[in-house]
Design a protein around this ligand. Structure first.
Ligand code: ATP
Length: 513
């Protein structure tokens, strides 16, 4: 784990107006963050990319925006009251709290790394003769590690399925898993901890109703399923998309905005005919990975992780994991949720929630395929992947954020070369041509080199420098954030660059191809 990389991201985010710790003047609030100006712009752009790629590009996906407060029975039906628990365990020496399942999964990951090491050693030894498949199937050491991984997995799955927390603890003891802080195996028992926040609706103690802050946005979609289907006249298969806040009283809320107690989700529930879920599951897995890769981030940074331990509502689940500074972790979940939620709501509410299929000429409860991504996690994926410190030829260094251009907070920075001779006024005049279309900034303070650095640090793809020649022929210098190269272009060339490289449309068009 590269602790310094994360620290750098946190301090850069604060210094350059992306993310502030919440309530800082009162010493902050654990795992709660506020987005500053540049952060808000970037977050809005990510949300818009997601929303448009779901709702605008798919004629069979519609959107909603449901309330955070929902009838408390919602969470009984969904299983969250009974089962939205994390198994927690404390180390008695360091007093650090962990999720028991995560401790075991991290242990498995270490074993997987051992296999990888064996593979790369053999690759070097056998060179072009190396057959990876054969090696994995026959090498005694690899076979031994694979066997113990499978044993641990099956013990873990059955312990969680039987809700046998004593067995979970025994597994942690048997594997001699150590606390990262104290280095000891001195663990408490494993306990279940419900992650939902409670609140009250109503003024008086007697008449008020206990409510929960929603731990996922999906239930708002299930409760509205029938009305949406009827009003939008959608036929199965169709989807409902929503973005919005969710709240979880996380046990281990660390790693900056990776795990927050208040965060935003972007979820899409796709309603399908029962029996077709496997096919749709595979289709959405592919589609979602394509959405990520379309941003130009290297494919090595992503991997699928199929779940062994399934949630109570799912018959298949896969994470798209991203290589964060602290290793590969879940960025997005793709879940085959069966008809669990709609059926449970139908049962508890007594209202029929079904679909009449005109092709099959019968009623049924649709199955649901869900894609669910945390907006804040996507934000962290983007900034952690894009922040680089480069040593330049003259020995100085610069911080640059290579944010995918159409998502950058500001697309262009307009910089009058000097603060006189009418250049600032002329610059502002040119800016009028762009202000309705994209986010741009104006900066006239300090030497031009320092201004370039400031824009590099917030990921502005291009700086436009207006000089005396601009007044004569309307040409200006454009400087590229990545290569730092400069060239002279005119207004119409700049418009082409905006269209082809900087607009969200350019990103959406690539996705469509
Ligand atoms: P994890 O295993 O990391 O706790 P999860 O499996 O509980 O995540 P889901 O319930 O599938 O997560 O939620 C869907 C998405 O919401 C996740 O892939 C993640 O991007 C995001 N998410 C979930 N919990 C948090 C959180 N506490 N803070 C930020 N984002 C979150």
């Amino acid at each position: 784990m590269d602790k310094d990389a994360l620290k750098k991201i946190i301090s850069h985010s604060k210094e350059y107006g992306f993310i502030f710790p919440s309530s800082e003047i009162y010493e902050g609030l654990n795992a709660i963050y506020d987005y500053a100006h540049n952060g808000t712009l970037l977050k809005n752009n990510i949300r818009e990319y997601w929303w448009k790629s779901m709702v605008q590009l798919n004629e069979n996906i519609v959107g909603i925006d449901s309330a955070i407060f929902m009838h408390p029975k919602t969470w009984v039906a969904s299983g969250h009251v009974d089962a939205f628990n994390d198994p927690l365990i404390d180390n008695k020496d360091s007093k650090k709290r962990y999720r028991a399942d995560v401790l075991i999964e991290e242990h498995i990951e270490k074993l997987n790394l051992k296999i990888k090491k064996e593979v790369s050693k053999a690759e070097k030894r056998f060179k072009e003769k190396f057959d990876k498949k054969e090696f994995l199937a026959t090498n005694p050491r690899v076979k031994e590690i694979t066997k113990s991984i499978n044993e641990i997995k099956s013990k873990m799955v059955s312990a969680f399925e039987d809700d046998d927390l004593v067995l979970v603890k025994k597994l942690i003891d048997d594997l001699e898993i150590k606390c990262q802080v104290s280095g000891t195996c001195n663990w408490t028992e494993v306990r279940q901890f419900n992650l939902m926040f409670n609140t009250k609706l109503g003024a008086s103690e007697d008449s008020s109703m206990d409510l929960y802050l929603r731990p996922e946005t999906a239930q708002g979609i299930f409760l509205n399923y029938l009305s949406v289907q009827k009003t939008s006249r959608m036929k199965i298969p169709f989807g409902i998309a929503q973005t919005g806040k969710a709240f979880r009283n996380e046990i281990v809320a660390r790693q900056f905005i990776f795990r927050m107690r208040e965060f935003e989700q972007m979820e899409m529930q796709f309603f399908i005919q029962p029996g077709t879920q496997e096919d749709w599951f595979n289709q959405w897995k592919k589609k979602r990975l394509k959405w990520h890769l379309n941003l130009g981030i290297e494919s090595d940074c992503f991997r699928y992780h199929d779940h062994d331990k399934l949630a109570h509502y799912a018959d298949a689940a896969c994470d798209i994991e991203f290589l964060f500074p602290f290793g590969f972790k879940e960025l997005e979940g793709i879940h085959s949720r069966t008809d669990f939620d709609l059926k449970s709501h139908e049962k508890l509410s007594g209202k029929k929630i079904q679909y009449f299929d005109p092709l099959l000429n019968k009623n049924y409860t649709p199955f649901v395929l869900e894609t669910s991504i945390g907006l804040d996690r996507m934000f962290l994926a983007i900034i952690s992947n894009s922040l680089k410190t480069e040593i330049l030829e003259d020995g100085t260094s610069r911080n640059v954020m290579n944010i995918p251009k159409p998502l950058a907070p500001n697309k262009l920075a307009f910089l009058p070369l000097v603060k006189k001779d009418g250049l600032p006024e002329y610059t502002r005049n040119i800016m009028k041509d762009f202000i309705h279309e994209i986010n741009i900034v104006f900066d006239e303070k300090d030497a031009i080199g320092r201004r370039y650095r400031r824009q590099d640090a917030i990921g502005t793809p291009y700086c436009i420098t207006v000089d005396h020649q601009t007044i004569e022929d309307d040409s200006f210098t454009i400087r590229d954030r990545e290569s730092m190269e400069q060239k002279r272009i005119n207004l119409s060339e700049l418009k082409t660059i905006i269209n082809d490289e900087l607009s969200l449309n350019s990103l959406l068009k690539k996705l469509d191809n």
